[in-house]
Each structure stands twice: as structure tokens, then as C-alpha cells.
Design a protein around this ligand. Structure first.
Ligand code: SF4
Length: 219
């Protein structure tokens, strides 16, 4: 049986928002459903043990480096934040890997072990927008960001949180928090990595459809 329960308030993780804003998800319904419902998740093909190990190594390397440079470092669970919308109809939550403070300097860092994606930038910009109002150690400070890749560190300035970004951010939240479901776009690739079972989503594609056509004279 597929049990699901409507959340008291639609709740959006920053990672979901950033994928939507970066246009990296075709099936927006999958994010809309997660925003509105608690459900039994499918085990996907993602190798989380391998990801956890390499991510942990990268985070630990950064902690050591920052502490050696005299920063006070806050890690993962210590950085969990939630921001309720003004009308209390939606909540945005996140958990950046590292927050580092020294004097009036505040940095938020997120460690990335996979392929670089545009959503990495959006994720950081959302942190820069929300952390100064939601995470106690950052309140009142101008927070700057760093994306930590294995071979490069990319700095993101607070000034990049401009009016265009804020407009896009508000539009993405409005789309996901709307009670009307967004469009469902089943595809083999996205369904393969989606944790929503066919019990909740009968359109889920499990196997590649045979779309090969041979008998034609087009080319
Ligand atoms: S299973 Fe496929 S169609 Fe259903 S929500 Fe997930 S990605 Fe969308």
C-alpha cells in the first residue's frame, strides 16, 4: 500500500529549488509532490555510500583548512535552517555543509563531488539570500559563498543575489507551493533516479520504450 500524508505546510528543500531554478528538472511534478506530501521513498540506483565517503573527505579537508586559518567552523546539522514565508503558507529549508566565521567575515561553503551543475550556483545564491536572516551565527553579517570542487574553489559574492535572482526565486516558490499540481513529464532518465514509486505516480517509466523505426525512406 502506498501511504502518503499531506504536509501541514508545503516544505521545500533548497536543493529542489535550485534544480528547478536552473532548469535541470523536466518533471517539476516530482518536486511539487515532495513539497506537499510525505511518502514512502523508493530506493534509487544512486550509490549513496560512495557519495557519502567522498563528500565526507572533502568536507573534513575544508574544516581542517579553515580551522587552521583561525575560523570558527559550523558543520552540516549545526547549519540547518528553515524560513517560513511571510503568510506562513510555505517553508524553505536547507543545510549547507560549512559555515565559517572570523571577525565580521562569514563564509558558507558547499562541497561538490559530482559533475558541476548550474544548480550549484543557484543553491549557493539561495544560501546567501536566506542565511543572514535564518541562521543565528550569520545574522546581520554579509555572507559570501564558496563552491568547493575537488579541483577548484569558486567564490560567489553576496552582490550576485540581485533583483533578477530574487524574482526567479519567488516565482519558483510560488510554483511549488501552489496547491494545483505542476506538469508531470515522465522520461526514462528522470524516472530512473526518482524516488516516487508507480503507486504514487502511475506514469512512471521503468523500461525503455521501443521507439526505433526502421521502415521509412526519410534518411
Ligand atoms: S516517476 Fe517519473 S513521472 Fe513520476 S514523478 Fe518521478 S520523474 Fe516524474
Amino acid at each position: 500500500m502506498n501511504i502518503y500524508e499531506q504536509k501541514a505546510i508545503p516544505s521545500i528543500w533548497v536543493t529542489w529549488l535550485s534544480r528547478l531554478m536552473a532548469d535541470e528538472t523536466q518533471c517539476v511534478w516530482s518536486i511539487w509532490f515532495r513539497t506537499h506530501f510525505k511518502y514512502e521513498k523508493l530506493t534509487t540506483n544512486f550509490d549513496s555510500a560512495k557519495w557519502n565517503a567522498s563528500h565526507r573527505t572533502l568536507v573534513n579537508d575544508r574544516i581542517n583548512l579553515l580551522e587552521a586559518a583561525g575560523y570558527t567552523v559550523y558543520v552540516e546539522g549545526e547549519n540547518r535552517f528553515e524560513v517560513l514565508g511571510r503568510d506562513h503558507l510555505v517553508r524553505v529549508a536547507g543545510k549547507p555543509d560549512i559555515v565559517a566565521l572570523k571577525g565580521d567575515e562569514a563564509w558558507v561553503e558547499d562541497c561538490k563531488t559530482g559533475q558541476r551543475k548550474n544548480s550549484d550556483l543557484y543553491q549557493m545564491l539561495i544560501y546567501l539570500l536566506l542565511l543572514p536572516v535564518s541562521l543565528a551565527p550569520c545574522q546581520g553579517l554579509c555572507v559570501q559563498g564558496r563552491l568547493i570542487y575537488r579541483d577548484e574553489v569558486v567564490e560567489i559574492q553576496a552582490a550576485q543575489v540581485n533583483e533578477d535572482f530574487r524574482t526567479q526565486f519567488r516565482a519558483a516558490i510560488a510554483a511549488l507551493s501552489n496547491p494545483t499540481p505542476t506538469r508531470k513529464v515522465p522520461s526514462l532518465h528522470e524516472c530512473h533516479f526518482c524516488d516516487i514509486s508507480s503507486g504514487y505516480c502511475p506514469e512512471r517509466i521503468e523500461n525503455a520504450p521501443n521507439q526505433s523505426i526502421e521502415n521509412h525512406d526519410l534518411f
